[in-house]
Write a protein that binds this ligand. Sequence first.
Ligand code: PMP
Length: 284
Amino acid sequence: MSRTAYVNGAYVPNDMAFVHIDDRGYQFADGVYEVVSVIDGKMIDEEPHLDRLWRSMGELRMTEPVTRSALKLISKQLLQKNRLKNALLYIQVSRGVAKRDHAFPQGDLRSSLVMTCRRFDFGAVRERAKTGIKVSSQPDIRWGRCDIKATALLPNVLAKQAAKEAGAFEAILVDADGNVTEGSSTSVWMVDKNGTLVTRPLKDNILPGITRATLIELAEKHQIRIEERAFSIEEAKAAKEMFLTSATSCAMPIVELDGSAISDGKPGSVATKLVELYWDFAGK
Ligand code: PMP
């Protein structure tokens, strides 16, 4: 069955789905996006993802392409048309099509909306969480508005590629002060020497991860001590545990950083507990 995409009002076969060459998403990466996981037919954290999408559009003064309820309907229809129950749903909004000029086009520009989905094996993610993953630290060379989920991802792409070439699954980004910011497409956590769960505060130029917010709630509900504070890559290397979160990785233990084992090189007990709590929450 060929896949179906949604492009500016029409459902089209994926290989016939195109955007205009003057689309500002293509010309300037002047766009924002969301990735939502769909597990057993359920959109995980749909409302927070839409909140973040609307916030990203607002921060960049983009017009909404459709209403929020229309977007929900399109999501549902797209999944149905693709007959998918376990999938990643991708939503992208760009400022729209206009003659190439850096400044915002004059007048009301209609933003572009593209949505796609593809089958995703969450069982494999859950399986991988049993052994954990390796990560590689990379310099964070991004801009000062990482709170916006923009499609301008070149620094993230370069970091992920460097991590891959180093034999790692994810890049852990490190700022000029030697502090961990986040992953190339994930939020990063550690359990420090005192057994406290630690993650960087949102005010310090990171994406407000939706899975991060859910995990904070789950940790608080289960009396796991948590602190939002900056931590260095050195502290992370000496941490009791490390793990990362995202819509696609869910909660994923980290067992090796830059070739050195984290503790005994096995997923730690807090991370393992949080992985379980997350899967319970996601209903699998
Ligand atoms: N940080 C960055 C830079 C990301 O791209 C992502 C993935 N969207 C995340 C964190 C995790 O966010 P979420 O839990 O909303 O997927």
